[in-house]
Every structure is written in C-alpha cells, then in structure tokens.
Design a protein around this ligand. Sequence first.
Ligand SMILES: Nc1ncnc2c1ncn2[C@@H]1O[C@H](COP(=O)(O)OP(=O)(O)O)[C@@H](O)[C@H]1O
Ligand SMILES: [Mg+2]
Length: 240
Amino acid sequence: MKMIHERLSTRAVHVDFGGVTALAGINLTVNRGEILGLIGPNGAGKTTLVNVLTGYQRPDAGFVFLDEKDITGAIPHKVSRLGVSRTFQAVRLFQGLSVRENVLAAAVTHLSNRNEAEARVRDLLNWIGSASVASRKSAELPYGQERLVGIARALATAPSFLLLDEPAAGTNAAEAIELSRIIREIPTKFGCGIILIEHNVPMVLGTCDRVHVLDAGRTIAVGLPAEVAANAEVRRAYLG
Ligand SMILES: Nc1ncnc2c1ncn2[C@@H]1O[C@H](COP(=O)(O)OP(=O)(O)O)[C@@H](O)[C@H]1O
Ligand SMILES: [Mg+2]
C-alpha cells in the first residue's frame, strides 16, 4: 500500500529560464487535509512551482520535501508513485477512450487487482455524478464534466496530495460552482491535501483554507483567505 504523507513543501526553490527568473526562493507548504490556493498574475510562476513539486521541472536551487524525505529532482513517475498527483492546465482527457477507461487507466497503476480498480472507478464516477456517462467517449462530454473526470482520474491513484492547475479555466459559472463543491469534498473524503491554482478570486477565497500568493517569482503573501484578500500588496499586484 502507498504510504500516507502529512506535508509537501519546498525550501528556497529557484528556477531560471535563460534570463527569466520564474521562481526566486520559494518556500511553500501544503498539509494533508487542507486546500491551499496558489494565486498570482499571469507569469507569476504558479505552473512552474507545480512542475517543480511534481518532478516536471528540476529547480536550479532549493529542495522539495515529502514529509522529511528529500524528493528534489525525482522524475514525475516516481513522484506520482510516492503519492503526489496532478492535473495539467488545459490538458484534455484521452478523447478516444470512454470516461470509464480514462479513470481506469490511472486506477490500475495503483490497484493491480482489476476488480478493485473497477470498483474504485465506479465509486469515483458516482461521486462526481458522471456514472451515467461512464461508457461515453470523453470527447462527447461537456467541458465542465470533462474537468471533473480529470480530477477523478487524478484521484484514482489514491494520492496524498492533489495539485490542480486552473481546473475551472474555460468552464461556465455553474460548472465552476460545481467544481468548487467537489474540490471542497476531497480532503475529508480522500484525506488529501490540495494545491488549487485558480484565477477566479471569489472561487479561491470560497474554496481554500489558506492562500499563497506569488508575484514575479516571489511570495508576496501567505495566509487565511480573508487576510490575503485584505493585504495591500496583494491588492496592488493582483486584485487591482
Ligand atoms: N519552459 C519555459 N521556458 C521559458 N520560460 C518559461 C517556461 N515556462 C515558464 N516560463 C516563464 O516563467 C515565468 C513563469 O511562468 P509560469 O510558471 O507559467 O507562470 P503562471 O503559471 O503563474 O502563469 C513566465 O515569465 C514564463 O514566461
Ligand atoms: Mg500557469
């Protein structure tokens, strides 16, 4: 069985792309059972930080820790096996596969017993209200429902941490509310910690337990949603 981890964190993470400093010494922590919002203007470094946390980007300096274990530079497959799962900004499901097959493809990497994997997929699709479309091709789904199935797929491997890169981008208002409701259920239902990257500020403030704000590769605030919303530097850099 996969170990349960309590904390995913970075220490002094630095990433340069040629002349551009994407991350300049970032310390971030997400605890199991909490939803951490990660916000900031375009180009702030949010996706780069999630890439560092999941092994898609090796930092030029600094560390990634899963509890006390140093996982800096571990490849994505290894990080995923250790229990850190993610969704990608604007990445679709496998369009030619059914909804069920999409989630099952992830579930079988965690559960070698086929019946257990299929039971997990059924539970996940019931939970997000997509059981009735399980055998439909993913390409046929409304966009908001496709985003939900993407979250179910990321949860199929029973991660300790789930990193969601703009899951509500491109969804309509009703779909965003449903996504927020589903995301709020994840910590208690699955015991995960979540990092939620999201541009919709009311959604972030209403969904997250804490918020971490980046601007131009630096942390400008970390705190409770109400504290962050009232922070003068955050208002100047991001909330306008
Ligand atoms: N692969 C890359 N090559 C060069 N520059 C990059 C690359 N990825 C990101 N950047 C740059 O790093 C900065 C942070 O980008 P990103 O992490 O995507 O920000 P965000 O997700 O907050 O919008 C931006 O200036 C962006 O242009
Ligand atoms: Mg991004």
